[in-house]
Design a protein around this ligand. Structure first.
Ligand code: FMN
Length: 331
């Protein structure tokens, strides 16, 4: 099994290159802090719309809030106008971002129709203008996240990676699917190797890494310098740390006890309430509570009760009862 070594993202050293993927609606400050606390190498913000950033929309301002215990602060920007993206990047650096990541991967229609996200992979000239503008606008490393290409006939990730390196981009992450695949099928980790061969800067493999076996295979087939994990962390904020223990320190993976899962869910709920306020916090927390409880005994009844309650104190009690009843039955 290949082991992971520290990488340099321009001037930033990353000791353990296993990274939390940006996920809109998921990788907010409470989740990033939690995943980092468990021991992730680095965590990335949700995608921030550059236009909304420069207009300082209140929702966007909440999305870019960061905390020192997140470690290296990476803000991901989406957009299509080089000047606006450069300005948005600068604003984020002024607010403490240590790295700016650019989104060339989002497949969602609304984003693609605005000529942003994965749409930019179809226009290498315009893509280069964006990369050049952002690199020139800031004095911190700029990284790029993309897919293999628009569709299977146009897998131009290696060429675009070389263009990005030429523009001064310091790290490339590749989700091993094309835009037209959305999230279907299986990520093609071997195709990421062509990107690795095209550039000297670090390349990170992403897509469908949700077990130690898939982490090892993705690293092997892609030849990448590190891994990025998204959905594998849902309800498992400790998973990236387990991968690091396994692949960097050669330690056997320890699964968290029920007590740890209980405390993590409770702590995560409380930090979402503090971040969003009670009303929005509880509603956003429900999906995380669902992910944490998946596969545990009586979890569907528990989720239904949580989803039907708007009373925070009641939800706290439901969570405690859920875990106590599992422990009682196991005793
Ligand atoms: C709910 C959700 C939101 C996402 N939001 C973003 C985003 O804001 N920016 C981005 O580059 N990718 C986004 N992605 C894609 C992930 O970063 C990642 O590339 C993809 O999920 C594949 O990795 P995984 O199999 O480890 O989840 C999102 C994925 C999901 C499931």
């Amino acid at each position: 099994m290949r082991t992971l070594k520290p990488i340099h993202i321009g001037s930033v050293k990353l000791d353990t290159p296993v990274i939390l993927a940006p996920m809109a609606g998921v990788t907010d400050m409470p989740f990033r802090r939690l995943v980092k606390k468990f021991g992730a190498g680095m965590v990335v913000s949700e995608m921030i719309a550059s236009q909304a950033m420069i207009r300082e929309c209140s929702k966007t301002m909440q999305m870019i809030q960061r905390s020192d215990d997140e470690g290296i602060s990476v803000v991901q920007l989406a957009g299509s106008d080089p000047v606006v993206m450069g300005d948005a990047a600068k604003l984020n650096v002024d607010r403490g971002a240590n790295i700016i990541d650019i989104n060339f991967g989002c497949p969602v229609k609304k984003i693609v129709n605005g000529n942003a996200g994965s749409s930019l992979m179809r226009d290498e000239v315009h893509a280069a203008k964006i990369l050049d503008a952002v690199v020139k606008a800031v004095n911190v490393p700029v990284t790029l996240k993309m897919r293999l290409g628009w569709n299977s006939e146009n897998m131009n990730a290696p060429r675009l990676a070389a263009i990005a390196e030429e523009c001064g981009v310091k790290m490339i992450t590749v989700h091993g699917r094309t835009r037209c695949q959305f999230y279907g099928g299986q990520a093609n980790w071997a195709a990421i190797h062509d990107v690795k061969d095209a550039v000297k800067i670090p390349v990170i493999a992403n897509g469908d890494i949700n077990s130690f076996e898939s982490a090892a295979l993705a690293l092997e087939l892609s030849g990448a310098d590190g891994l990025m994990i998204g959905r594998g962390t849902l309800g498992r904020p400790w998973f990236i740390n387990q991968v690091i223990e396994h692949m960097v320190n050669g330690q056997p993976a320890v699964s968290p006890s029920l007590d740890v899962i209980h405390a993590t869910m409770t702590g995560h709920l409380e930090s979402m309430l503090a971040h969003y306020g009670d009303y929005a916090g509880l509603r956003i927390a429900r999906k995380h509570i669902g992910w944490y409880s998946k596969g545990l005994p009586n979890s569907s009844e528990f989720r239904a009760a949580v989803n039907n309650s708007a009373d925070i104190q009641k939800v706290r009690l439901l969570i405690d009862d859920f875990f106590h009843s599992i422990l009682d039955k196991a005793a």
